[in-house]
Ligand binder design. Sequence first.
Ligand code: KOT
Length: 742
Amino acid sequence: RGGETRVGVERMFGLMDRFLKSDPSSLQKDILDHVEYTVARSRFSFDDFEAYQALAHSVRDRLIERWHDTQLHFKKKDPKRIYFLSMEFLMGRSLSNSAINLGIRDQYADALKELGFEFEVLAEQEGDAALGNGGLARLSACQMDSLATMDYPAWGYGLRYQYGLFRQVILDGYQHEQPDYWLNFGNPWEIERVHVTYPVKFYGTVEDENFNGGKRKVWLPGETVEAVAYDNPIPGHGTRNTITLRLWAAKPSDQIDMESYNTGDYINAVVNRQRAETISSVLYPDDRSYQGKELRLKQQYFFVSASLQDIIRRFKDSHSNFDDFPEKVALQLNDTHPSFAIAEVMRVLVDEEHLDWNRAWDIVCKIFSFTTHTVLPEGLEKVPVDLLESLLPRHLQIIYDINFDYIEELKKRIGLDYDRLSRMSIVEDGAIKSIRMANLAIVCSHTVNGVSRVHSELLKTRVFKDFYELWPHKFDYKTNGVTQRRWIVVSNPSLSALISKWLGTEAWIRDVDLLAGLQEQAANADLHEEWRMVRKVNKMRLAEYIEAMSGVKVSVSAMFDVQIKRIHEYKRQLLNVLGIIHRYDCIKNMEKSDRTKVVPRVCIIGGKAAPGYEIARKIIKLCNAVAEKINNDPDVGDLLKLVFIPDYNVSVAELVIPGADLSQHISTAGHEASGTGSMKFLMNGCLLLATEDGSTVEIMEEIGKDNMFLFGAKMHEVPALREKGPTLKVPLQFARVVRYVM
Ligand code: KOT
């Protein structure tokens, strides 16, 4: 492009201010310029949404400055880079988060005030980026924030779905799904990199070719799709480090088109172009159950192949020997979804870079680490061999070859224990021959990471026991965390101000351990009073939202008892609803005089059910049916209310969590790998009602058993309880409703 030589570097610097200024009048001018030239509205007439767009672009300009500096810095330093590969990122909104991390939120708020706008009102205009399902995806987003803040040279790689997680609409108590076409009004937080594109290939055949007196495999693909990069700058807090979340969109490749044009089939050529785009069109809404769909596999390989081409290109920019690859590249697999990366790196090194197999394998074993997020068997991916053979024939061969070498090695280590060999094999020989993606990931990774201590124990003693016995050194865990920047500073600004005031510093925003300093003030009545006020205001905000969404008026002096998360049998929203029925029944049967002793309670439940998960859908219906009955009973009034909050997402969580008094995390012990919701409630001063499961066990140790409500059976008690069967009695008046719905 040669711009630098044409204009001359000196002149370029002369023309540009060092950095964009952030005083009120510069910010105002900036916003108005964006109204006029980016949004193309008159600066004398624009609405809240247009103001949001202009504001977002103004923030984005400042992000871009830091982002460029960061990229330049890392290019010069050439550190080992962390590449985080994930099919899902639940970023939510970006405006407040970016402005806060850049340290200019208040300046913007002041600047806007003079223009007649309120920062928070404009922030509400933004839709959520919901490119993920639940815990795993939000963890990815929190991790990106922390990596940026802690100055890591990190990159996130994922897919730019055109349709994010479906919107949930409740009609007659039932969940209905509506498409989330989130890009409808443009997305100021991404930068399309039309020059950063890579071809991704599928199908075709593998041929033998003569090479250096021997034979080698050559893949002749049948379809090529272009991956286009969309970069989302992720700013750290209190640092200029601004890292990249690079999401890939599928675009048709001109290569295929030429062939069709040559045969004169113009219409089909255009239709084929559109087909290519479907790869990145929609996020699969199934939280955990493996579907075995070809499109999903295509998505996985598409983003893995594009990401690796990008990573290898960056490496080759300044290195020529692949033996240095492990010194410069760390690849983190977020669950098994990106594990085709293993076969892909082998393919590139062996088939394209012509390294010999063993050297390539050595490299592969040094670069991958794998985080697993589940203990449920239905979460473990098994890719049917038939599907893989047609979609990625060369990768299937490579996986077979990896498995062959590995099983031979295994026989030397464990002998001919065929049961164990068969359990540990990457290839499952059954009615449907398939590839066990978790086994592939474990074999090739130097570290297998659990997400809480109990989860890690379960991996070692049950799910991956055979592997742990073979390679104990590979197994590690890092208990999940959440970023206090999103979950206190952005979502609960009044609490954030309170904490900074009482700690006398804002340093806790970068170092969460400093929150422990509040302990010194634990008995201070003034602090209690201020905190109570903050909670009250947050509850009022939440009560308004509840009334607007569900028409139910709730009293802010009632206890807000919240369970918000994906709907799953193991998370036991059903148990919560049965508990609410029981509470209702008790109130109804109580002497009027005793009712004064009851703490009024607003039970709030929210969450989405995977569209094909019938029982989860019925739990939503049951919840709404019970709410209908309770909320319309004047005899109970404010003593008990039940609200189902529709379309639970990151922004709804930001609103609900600061207003909660009690939150429920009641998964059957041994089922929740970690759980991160509890941490968000906890840091907002909410009480936890929780089973000893996942990260709760560690939270319990940290805050003390006396500071939470522990509930339910412990892990070792669960099998005997299952054996015994149900002992629950549902009150008569509800038995019919439950039977009808379930
Ligand atoms: C989804 C598909 C396959 C396997 C696992 C998942 C998964 C697991 N999705 N979300 N999770 C949750 O991940 C969180 C972050 O590690 C955990 O805190 C939580 O317990 C998991 O359920």
